[in-house]
Ligand binder design. Structure first.
Ligand code: FEO
Length: 395
């Protein structure tokens, strides 16, 4: 695939990673891209780079446009190595290039690369002319790291947004309208849920900071470029940064001898009888990074585990460790499980939900060995009550 001119003089020179299926613990079923952008102006500027192992592919695309020794400026919007990994190699071609970064970016680049580069730190809101075009840098700390910033080209109404608004999708299409909203919404939500969710307040501030500028294209560093569906993705981000949920339930469970499983499905029966749409995710067959998007828009979260060796199953432990980091807010929680003698799993789940400050209106259920039909009726009744509780809430 060739480079692509996305605005006059602005080229996509990124790389499509068709093969990646695990991005630091996030399952990327559709692969991803690392998007870098080359701006051909009086000062030739490269905005972000790609993973080190894919440098040659980016370089081939750059070489078809300019001689890489002519690059004057490299903008490093974010230190994570999927965007900076190729800087050392590109600097072999243009050793005098100035690297533009944020204050935290300078610290991060020095710690990562231990090199004496020609760094220039820019403040949030600072602008610089590169000829006909003006670059403005806006810091968006924690979307995704403390160093993160975006680069805006006013003349093109183009926002080079780095991790913000990204999606992990490898595709020959480069623009949103070529791929369609359904798949983009799914992947953008999964990306937000797994990467940005812990930093909702910071993401809200970032969106506010960008609110005053005219944008007709958002070009992130992962996935497709937004040009037709900008209102759609901004509307979704506005919901996500505010932890807005739908009246839906999500049951996540693991099981040893199917007791906890039977409780999970009885709870679902009760919830559905109340009229609350309910999704069930078995930890034995669903990766945690595929469960959290469902969690992002579900108001009620029910978590079930039997007790093994005086604690919850390791799969539920891993899931809750992940959730503790992602910190979903404004949820209603419920714990359930089964046990032989100790029965500590349910208490451990409750402890974590309390730390997350979730509302827990119903007493959890912990059943000894195998639930009998009466107990399962009680489980269903609790599901129904929880469903009614959610449905009675304001939107
Ligand atoms: Fe795509 Fe936080 O790096």
């Amino acid at each position: 695939m060739d480079n692509l001119e996305i605005k006059p003089g602005v080229y996509w020179v990124g790389v499509i990673d068709w093969d990646i299926r695990n991005f630091h613990g996030y399952i990327t079923q559709r692969g991803t891209t690392y998007n870098a952008y080359l701006i051909v102006d009086e000062k030739i500027t490269l905005v972000d780079t790609v993973k080190a192992c894919l440098f040659d592919e980016m370089m081939d695309r750059i070489k078809k446009i300019i001689d890489p020794s002519k690059i004057d400026i490299i903008v490093s919007n974010h230190v994570e190595m999927d965007h900076t990994g190729s800087i050392p190699m590109i600097l072999e071609h243009c050793p005098n290039a100035e690297i533009i970064t944020s204050t935290q970016g300078e610290k991060g680049l020095k710690r990562h690369f231990k090199a004496d580069w020609n760094l220039r730190v820019v403040k949030s809101g600072e602008s610089m002319s590169i000829g006909k075009k003006t670059l403005t840098f806006v810091h968006i700390p924690m979307v995704h790291w403390p160093d993160s910033m975006v680069t805006y080209i006013a003349e093109d109404k183009l926002l080079l947004s780095n991790d913000a608004f990204g999606q992990h999708i490898a595709t020959p299409e480069r623009f949103d309208d070529e791929l369609g909203w359904d798949v983009l919404k799914e992947e953008a939500a999964k990306y937000y849920a797994n990467i940005v969710m812990p930093y909702g307040p910071q993401a809200a501030k970032a969106i506010e900071a960008l609110g005053g500028i005219e944008i007709d294209m958002i070009a992130p560093c992962h996935g497709i470029i937004w040009r037709s569906l900008i209102p759609n993705i901004l509307a979704e981000y506005n919901k996500w940064v505010n932890y807005e949920t739908e009246k839906r339930a999500l049951i996540v469970f693991d099981t040893m001898w199917n007791s906890t499983k039977s409780m999970a499905y009885k709870l679902q029966e009760g919830l559905m009888e109340a009229g609350l749409p309910t999704t069930v995710k078995f930890l034995g067959t669903n990766h945690i990074s595929d469960i959290v998007p469902e969690m992002m828009h579900s108001r009620l979260i029910l978590l079930g585990s039997p007790t093994l060796n005086n604690g919850m199953l390791p799969t539920m432990g891993a899931f809750l460790t992940y959730i503790k980091g992602l910190r979903p807010k404004k949820r209603v929680g419920f714990a359930f499980g089964s046990y032989g003698w100790g029965g500590q799993a349910v208490g451990e789940i409750n402890e974590i939900m309390e730390k997350l400050k979730w509302d827990m209106p119903e007493e959890s259920i912990n059943i000894n060995y195998i639930p009998d039909p009466e107990e399962l009726d009680e489980v269903k009744a609790v599901g129904k009550k929880l469903g009614e509780y959610i449905l009675a809430q304001e939107e």
